[in-house]
Write a protein that binds this ligand. Structure first.
Ligand SMILES: NC(=O)C1=CN([C@@H]2O[C@H](COP(=O)(O)OP(=O)(O)OC[C@H]3O[C@@H](n4cnc5c(N)ncnc54)[C@H](OP(=O)(O)O)[C@@H]3O)[C@@H](O)[C@H]2O)C=CC1
Ligand SMILES: O=C(CO)COP(=O)(O)O
Length: 328
């Protein structure tokens, strides 16, 4: 919708013929954005070749679990001159790879030229043209600036960032903390508990992010605290909603069935559990959530375990020198 508002013709690829017909003929997408009227500049097709033919840019927003399969289908029609942007917030669970790595492997393009678009941007508000700010990041400055130019307009403000790893990691990891915040709200633990989760959650995801090569400051930006705040507080957030239902005692399978949309934080919690072991970095909130989601620990027991950890100093947050070493 933002690209169409910028006078660009947009061809969407969708799996469902019915959905493509609805977008083309009625200019609506009732399953995913029930109240929105779409621009006639947005057309849809189930044919991947037709979707990307003549495109100057390809925007990939498949759920992380489908990223490899979707980019594999795209490969036959991808051309090196196309700008590749993705807005997916998650990891490939089996390999623990970031999305830009998966994309570059499948398209056989340089990972450094892939652009990630992230930040606090619930689709329901963007489509209504509510003021929104996001960040585009790439190791290649020109690619990031091209993406910025494509998306930027009066209601959609786009910043660039060179820290592609940090922007990808922050966007993925914040969903875990949003799930936890939802769970705390579902347990009716109040505002102090939620503020604690957001603050210590940010410390935790910054700590692992830095160890994985991110700039710590990225976590204070739109992809970090910006998106963490919106995902942990917005009525639109699927991660918050899923967490809240779990906190109220519902079973994970029932929660997922009732959502009907992707809840990235669930698979990301699983990925984080193994990432924290791989890097030897403690992620106590993600760890407790992993036990609630996958090992039937009760949410109340998880909170008790978090509150009962050994005393610590607040500043035991991150090894700042890691990022400096990585980038020196
Ligand atoms: N919604 C939002 O506001 C934001 C979402 N994101 C991120 O974007 C990504 C996608 O989220 P979102 O669009 O909201 O998710 P939804 O669950 O709303 O939609 C998922 C879309 O992906 C398609 N899909 C699902 N599985 C596959 C598959 N195996 N192969 C091909 N297509 C598939 C679905 O098609 P079908 O209908 O055929 O199943 C549907 O079009 C996530 O990583 C999310 O974190 C980022 C910022 C904001
Ligand atoms: O990342 C998002 C908004 O920026 C979307 O979050 P949810 O997937 O929780 O709805």
């Amino acid at each position: 919708s933002v690209l169409a508002a910028n006078q660009l013709d947009v061809m969407m690829w969708t799996r469902g013929e019915d959905q493509a017909n609805e977008i083309n003929n009625k200019h609506t997408n009732t399953r995913y954005l029930p109240d929105a009227e779409l621009s006639p500049r947005i057309q849809a097709t189930t044919d991947m070749e037709a979707a990307v033919e003549g495109a100057i840019a390809v925007l990939i927003v498949a759920p992380s679990s489908a990223m490899r399969a979707v980019t594999n289908q795209l490969k036959a029609y991808y051309k090196p001159e196309m700008l590749v942007i993705h807005a997916t917030k998650g990891f490939e669970t089996e390999s623990l790879k970031r999305m830009s790595t998966v994309i570059s492997e499948e398209l056989e393009c340089e990972e450094g030229r892939v652009v990630v678009l992230s930040g606090p941007s619930h689709a329901e508000e963007v489509v209504k043209r509510c003021p929104t700010t996001v960040v585009v990041a790439s190791l290649d400055k020109a690619s990031a600036e091209s993406a910025q130019a494509l998306f930027m307009n009066a209601y959609f403000r786009v910043y660039t960032n060179r820290d592609m790893i940090g922007v990808e990691l922050a966007g993925a990891f914040k969903n875990i903390i949003a799930l936890g915040a939802g769970m705390s709200d579902g347990l009716q633990f109040g505002d102090n508990a939620k503020a604690a989760l957001l603050t210590r959650g940010l410390a935790e995801i910054t700590r692992i992010g830095v160890e994985m090569g991110a700039n710590p400051l990225t976590f204070s930006g739109l992809a970090g605290i910006g998106d963490l705040v919106v995902t942990a507080t917005s009525q639109h957030s699927r991660n918050w909603r899923a967490g809240s239902m779990l906190g109220q005692g519902q079973k994970l399978d029932d929660v997922l069935k009732s959502m009907g949309m992707v809840v990235e934080g669930i698979q990301t919690t699983q990925a984080a559990y193994f990432i924290s072991q791989k890097y030897g970095v403690q992620m106590p909130i993600a760890d407790q959530l992993y036990h609630v989601l996958f090992q039937e620990r009760q949410p109340r027991d998880a909170v008790e375990a978090l509150m009962g950890r050994d005393p610590k100093t607040e500043m035991e947050v991150m090894k700042l020198e890691t990022w400096e070493q990585w980038h020196s």
